[in-house]
Design a protein. Structure first.
Length: 488
């Protein structure tokens, strides 16, 4: 069949009632709506047009608009199977849907759409939309090595194509190449300052421990947001930053603001549950965790709910056959079947609630692929739980020395140091964990306080107890004084 250009996205007249914020989908300019023509009327953009424009600019799209876009492209492609541009658009829409919905099957659908586009127009002929989409898809699945390859391929062929750089920021971060991530961010800010770039800046700054800079960058992203979906996403991210600073009430305010702006902001619902738990409102937190898992079930939320139930004296409920720990395994298996990498969350679960030796094996294999800070922390903790504190400390240092301020990471390192008998370092890092976020975990924050109490105060001595034994006498400095030369 001869190639036919993509038809314009049609206007359906449906209104956007419940937009949903999601992580950005970074697809190239082919996803943008067509430019206005002289004979165009003054109709507002339709739902599918709005979604195509949003994902093309690297911004969250509303759920109803995204659904309209998927329906529109699928119908078009039934009669125009050789339209490589529409296959790339459809893949981008599937990828966005996978990030917002509970069905991991969207990932394989996105992959098939991108590959179909590449079959029709190969990478060597400059199919940048599908190439960038494949990189974003790999990152979303946690396969950052593959994401890096696709991002670098796009950059090599078209260095000024801005959509390659968000993919590279995520990929370099995932493989632990943080300097390269900073360089990619600088290029992105130069080429395309805006919501996508400022969001990535907040991510990079947060990873380096520059919390104030991260908050400012996210506020810039919020200032650049134009739709309710975009604004809600930014509020959610600001809530996450506040939570990591230990400001549970401030985080709750941001999460609730995100949900008021966009009731379908599922990530904010999970964040709200976490903040409520930190504030001692465990009943409300359990309710919101269950709601979040019902709308967007991900293993991390199941782990958090299980630990909250455990900390509340409801461990039997957490470990029941239909409880959150069992749900975690089911969700992780489903994600793995669809190409999603769940190694870190599974490793942490096994280290704390299952088989630490299995966690070590799983995370050692993950470290061989992705040498990032979260993997280093998880592997160090698994080694500690398995009884190997000497090797564990090496990974704990890799997790904390970059600068990321994480109460969880500091707690893990402190317990490893305590196991090695390094009381001073353990005390320092326990204090750091509780100072960073005193309620970072319903299970481990109380354990941190107990451990710190057992360690007690440092032994006496030091500058406060160094006193002169007698009255101070000025030293004789005459031997160091050089006589002035006589004037002639």
């Amino acid at each position: 069949m001869a190639y036919q250009p993509e038809r314009p996205v049609t206007f359906t007249g449906r209104k956007t009632l419940v937009p949903a914020a999601v992580a950005v989908v970074l697809i190239a300019a082919a996803l943008l709506v067509r430019p206005a023509r002289v004979d165009d009327d003054a109709r507002p953009p339709g739902p599918s047009e709005r979604a195509a424009s949003a994902v093309g600019m690297g911004a969250p799209a509303a759920q109803v608009d995204l659904t309209a876009l998927i329906d529109d492209r699928e119908k078009w492609l039934r009669g125009h199977e050789d339209d490589h541009g529409s296959w790339a658009v459809l893949g981008a829409a599937y990828l966005e849907q996978s990030r917002r919905g509970p069905d991991a099957a969207w990932y394989p659908k996105a992959e098939r759409a991108f590959k179909r586009s590449l079959d029709l127009r190969p990478a060597e002929k400059g199919n940048f939309d599908a190439m960038t989409g494949m990189g974003a898809l790999a990152n979303a699945r946690g396969d950052f090595v593959t994401g890096k390859k696709w991002g670098e391929l796009v950059r090599a062929q078209s260095p000024r194509r801005w959509t390659a750089y968000p993919v590279l920021v995520d990929a370099y971060t995932g493989v632990g190449e943080y300097k390269a991530a900073e360089a990619a961010l600088e290029r992105l800010l130069e080429l395309r300052p805006g919501l996508a770039a400022y969001s990535k800046a907040a991510q990079v700054y947060r990873d380096r421990g520059w919390r104030e800079d991260a908050a400012v960058a996210m506020e810039q992203a919020a200032g650049a947001a134009k739709t309710p979906a975009e604004k809600a996403y930014c509020l959610y991210r600001l809530g996450e930053l506040a939570w990591e600073r230990g400001e549970a009430a401030e985080a709750l305010r941001f999460f609730e603001g995100a949900l008021r702006t966009d009731p379908a902001q599922d990530q904010a619902l999970g964040g709200k549950a976490r903040a409520l738990a930190a504030m001692g409102r465990s009943g409300e937190a359990v309710r919101d965790y269950r709601m979040a898992l019902g709308r967007s079930p991900v293993p991390q939320l199941a782990l958090e709910l299980g630990e909250l139930l455990q900390a509340s004296g409801r461990e039997d409920e957490a470990r029941a056959a239909d409880g959150p720990y069992a749900m975690l395994g089911v969700l992780a298996a489903k994600g793995t079947a669809n190409g999603v990498n769940e190694s870190v969350v599974l490793g942490l679960y096994e280290a704390d609630h299952g088989d630490p030796a299995d966690a070590v094996r799983r995370l050692t294999a993950e470290w061989a692929r992705h040498r990032s800070v979260p993997v280093a922390d998880a592997l160090g903790w698994a080694l500690h739980r398995a009884g190997d504190d000497e090797e564990a400390l090496e990974y704990a240092k890799k997790a904390t020395d970059l600068g990321l301020r994480s109460a969880e990471f500091a707690y893990h390192r402190a317990q490893i140091e305590r196991g090695l008998g390094d009381v001073a370092s353990a005390r320092r890092d326990l204090q750091l964990a509780l100072r960073t976020n005193p309620r970072f975990s319903p299970v481990r924050a109380p354990l941190a306080r107990q451990a710190l109490s057992r360690l007690g105060e440092p032994a006496g001595g030091g500058p406060d107890n160094v006193q002169p034994k007698g009255p101070w006498v000025a030293p004789d400095m005459s031997q160091y004084i050089v006589p002035a030369k006589p004037k002639h």
